[in-house]
Ligand binder design. Structure first.
Ligand code: NAD
Length: 335
């Protein structure tokens, strides 16, 4: 029996994780992607290679379309793009959205909801957060980190009023062992995770370190506390009711880095090492911009946003210098 029909917009690390687990739970899932080397590889090999914690690599067949080739009308679209890719995906997919389409996402950062609102009615937007780590090793090859059933997620309706479709989605996520928690605090749920990421993702990415190295650093508490305090001060001014207290957030940072995932690199790090832009403007940058709206200057978040951009800039310069040196070496060998 087909339980629900999903279209995953973005078949990267998280789109594949959610989509394949929903497919294995009996749902009808189609993946929609635009990255050509990935699409070509999946078609050539007849699916996606899936591993769990680098083990048991096996081929999983999937249905894959591009925005231009897809014409379905699923129960739910699930968005897992990077924040800066979302608008392009929405533009290319707009032809198959309609007024009864539902959208769910658990992307990191903030900025995506306003974009989704231009295509989906408020009462059909469900968003959440995922404490689930996944790595796309390369085209057609994904690694689900953590044991089956590890990780958890939160979800909330934009209207804060769960409807029948919300409960159907919740049930399917539960069967897929995503461990969802349904809340009725939309902005607070999302912002609590943005703040969490503004410490771990940003610091680990900037120094290219595993989460355990941050957690075990003797001054980790001080670093986290400064960022947490700034962000919580801003949310208080903005009237956002976060889902954990400052102390609970500090404890969650400590447990997540030192105990739960010490060997993991956060997803932002994957972008940095692959010379892709990071989502820092939608995380620390978003917090700093929100502060300005309430006459609060989030100096630490602004400074960190600029430092991550400096790290991106440095890597781009190094890459360009390396490529120029390789071309020069090849030219002198040839002559
Ligand atoms: P991803 O980069 O793996 O995939 C997103 C899109 O980028 C897909 O369309 C994919 O095909 C494409 N892509 C991947 N590598 C590319 C490359 N080298 N060049 C061009 N295109 C490429 O992103 P993700 O990790 O699935 O993240 C989606 C959202 O979920 C983000 O907001 C992220 O912060 C969030 N998130 C990720 C994780 C994680 O562990 N990966 C955990 C929680 C939340």
């Amino acid at each position: 029996m087909i339980l629900m029909e999903f279209a995953m917009i973005g078949a990267g690390a998280m789109g594949l994780r959610y989509g394949i687990l929903l497919q294995e739970a009996g749902n009808d899932v189609t993946f929609i992607d635009t990255w050509e080397p990935h699409i070509d590889k999946i078609r050539d090999q007849g699916g996606v290679y899936v591993s769990r914690d680098h083990q048991n690599r096996h081929l999983t067949p999937i249905k894959l379309e591009t925005p231009e080739s897809y014409s379905g009308d699923p129960d739910m679209f699930i968005f897992f793009t990077k924040q800066m890719q979302l608008q392009d995906y929405l533009d290319r997919c707009a032809h198959f959205f309609n007024d009864h389409s539902y959208a769910f996402t658990a992307m990191n950062g903030m900025g995506h909801i306003e974009k989704l609102q231009r295509y989906f009615a408020d009462d059909k937007i469900i968003a959440g957060t995922a404490l689930i780590a996944t790595v796309l090793n390369g085209p057609g090859d994904v690694d689900f980190m953590g044991k089956r059933g590890a990780g958890k997620m939160n979800m909330a309706n934009f209207t804060e009023q769960p409807d029948e479709m919300t409960h159907r989605l919740f049930d399917e996520l539960e069967k897929a062992q995503m461990h969802p928690t349904l809340t009725t605090n939309f902005k607070g749920t999302l912002m609590t995770k943005v703040i969490f990421n503004s410490v771990i993702n940003t610091l680990c990415t900037m120094f290219e370190i595993q989460m355990g190295e941050l957690g075990n650093f003797p001054k980790a508490y001080d670093l986290g506390r400064q960022l947490i305090d700034e962000a919580y001060d801003i949310c208080e001014r903005a009237g956002i009711q976060l889902v954990s207290t400052r102390e609970e957030e500090m404890t969650a940072l400590d447990i997540n880095t030192r105990i739960d995932m010490p060997l993991h690199y956060p997803s932002m790090y994957q972008d940095m090492i692959h010379d892709r832009p990071t989502e820092v403007d939608y995380i620390n940058g978003y917090i700093a911009d929100l502060g300005r709206q309430y006459h609060y200057e989030a100096k630490t978040h602004r400074f960190l946003t600029n430092l991550v951009h400096l790290a991106e800039y440095h890597r781009a310069n190094e890459k360009a210098a390396h490529e120029a040196a390789s071309i020069q070496a090849a030219t002198s060998t040839a002559s």
